[in-house]
Design a protein around this ligand. Sequence first.
Ligand code: GLN
Length: 204
Amino acid sequence: MTSPTVGVLALQGNVREHLAALTAAGATAVPVRRTSELDAVDAIVLPGGESTTMSKLLDVFELLEPLRARLRAGMPAYGSCAGMILLAEEILDGRPDQHQLGGLDVVVRRNAFGRQADSFETDLEFDGLPGGPVHAVFIRAPWVEKTGGEVEVLASVPHVDVAGAAAGRPVAIRQGAVLATSFHPELTGDGRVHDLFVDMVRTS
Ligand code: GLN
């Protein structure tokens, strides 16, 4: 599988940016809005956006159960920001009616960086990525509060002054073929996280 077909859930959010980053990483990138499109992909990206809106649209487009089934069957997935929230087993500060897809045995806190400080940027050490730190942009982002035994933490917020309560929180994690970041590598033109994910898809 030299050029795996990777879908981007295209109900809302940063769809175009992920399609471009996946294409640059060597995948055949396609938007996914219907079950027939989901059936045709080897892996899926859940973009940043608004997890409560995506959750509602998953119902409208009848994608909730098909996506859950593919994830249970081991389809590789990458969630950025709202996508991380959708993949988490448990959300703090979510809406009570918002759906979880599952796949990541973690508890995440939604809008964890605080509503006043809507966005936050920092450089992160990211395990397994060549070429030095990643510049991470957080936009009303979640962080990870608790990880299950099979979850690998790939990056955490560094202990710098501006980080405040975010210091030390995991913001990039992996569990088997499922990857998630609280930040948006699709917005900074750094292709390394998408390269990592496409490699994960090739070897899964
Ligand atoms: N706060 C958003 C949510 O709850 C996530 C923000 C983002 O994806 N940039 O889904």
